[in-house]
Design a protein around this ligand. Structure first.
Ligand code: SF4
Length: 357
């Protein structure tokens, strides 16, 4: 597991052996698929943990954090970051300790400091303003979000109106809609919206989606759009990214076996919230979002014998270890990691950071 200057790197699933090693080192009795009932201390009640894999950091989040860390190393603090680089307070606070300064808008960035744009992407007006002010900027937009931006531009160039399926107010949606002039994209959040959206010409219509949506809900919305607009054009390959899809599938695979489910992530993280919903639909018990071990509702765990755990794409593995550690203090654990896909996606860093200082 790689750890950067902020100590937060490391992706779930891909680092299985290291996670196992860390757990053993920390006293967690065993991981997949070992039954360690014999080694459980008798003074603590037993608890089975099913650990979803893949979980946690995706390649886009990993790259975005690396960009800030490398910019700090290369240019020195302060490095300004427009918006949370990824949706996780722990990550943001660690970067702040190293000298990153998070701001809402470019007018808070001094002329002589580098600024990084977040993984969610930005409207075209943001780099345009940075160029106008001659700011040095690094774009940490995930390449899979940039791919959706290019799709939107292509449809627009072919004179199609675009329906974007996504959540109003999410930075990725603001960034994607901001690639085109006002009115070029209509936002649809639900199947009810799909039933009422009124494009100017139904024969020239395309749809794109936010990358971090529920796979199942999005399929329903796309189905509703297709029924109303048979000529609608969609992406060749899903806009919902590999990481979102894999994390949802991993949760689905274990939720039915769990009495309760914890997703480690932030309340403003779209993909973490979707994992909670998936766990609720596919499982039989409650599913809760926790940011840190301190958020665990211990009374709600009293009757739980099998607990599912996953983490959103912006939650570092350290926080998974912290949560497991809190359970280890109270229970005799048997941990089974259930891996439904392996991931080896990596994205190139911006050229400026690949070159020596
Ligand atoms: S969740 Fe998907 S789109 Fe978002 S940063 Fe990760 S890989 Fe990129």
């Amino acid at each position: 597991m790689r750890r950067g200057r902020t100590g937060v790197h490391g992706r779930g699933g891909a680092a299985t052996l290291e996670i196992c090693a860390a757990m053993h080192k920390n006293g967690v009795a065993a991981c997949s698929p070992v039954d360690d009932a014999m080694t459980r201390p008798t003074t603590k009640p037993p608890l089975d943990i099913l650990l979803a894999a893949p979980r946690g950091f995706c390649a886009g989040v990993d790259r975005a954090i690396q960009i800030v860390e490398l910019a700090l190393a290369k240019y020195g603090p302060p490095v300004y970051v427009r918006h949370e680089i990824v949706h996780n307070r722990f990550v943001v606070e660690n970067l702040e300790k190293d000298g990153a300064v998070f701001v809402d808008e470019l007018d808070e960035v001094p002329a002589d400091a580098p600024v990084v744009f977040s993984a969610h992407g930005v409207p075209k007006s943001v780099p345009a303003e940075a160029r106008r002010r001659k700011l040095f900027y690094l774009d940490a937009t995930c390449p899979l979000v940039s791919k959706v931006h290019r799709e939107a531009e292509r449809h627009f160039a072919q004179d199609r109106h675009i329906v974007m399926i996504g959540h109003a107010g999410h930075p990725e949606v603001i960034g994607t809609m901001g690639q085109l002039p006002d009115g070029a994209i209509s936002l649809v959040e639900t199947t009810a919206d799909a039933a009422t959206v009124a494009p100017p010409d139904p024969a020239r219509l395309a749809y794109i989606t936010q990358t971090t949506l529920s796979v199942d809900e999005t399929a329903d919305i796309v189905g509703a759009l297709r029924r109303r607009f048979p000529a609608i054009v969609g992406p060749k390959k899903e806009d919902i990214c590999y990481a979102t899809t894999n994390r949802q599938n991993a949760v689905k695979a274990i939720a039915a076996r769990c009495d309760a489910f914890l997703v480690i992530g932030a309340p403003n993280s779209s993909n973490s919230l979707r994992l909670v919903e998936v766990a609720r639909h596919a499982g039989q018990g409650p599913a809760m979002l926790v940011q840190r071990a301190g958020d665990i509702d211990w009374p709600a765990m009293a009757e739980v014998r099998t607990l599912g755990i996953s983490a959103g794409a912006s939650a570092p593995e350290l926080l998974v270890e912290e949560v497991i550690g809190a359970f280890r203090d109270r229970y005799a654990l048997r941990i089974e990691e259930v891996e439904t896909a392996s991931e080896n996606v990596e994205f190139k860093l911006p050229r400026e950071l690949r070159a020596p200082a």
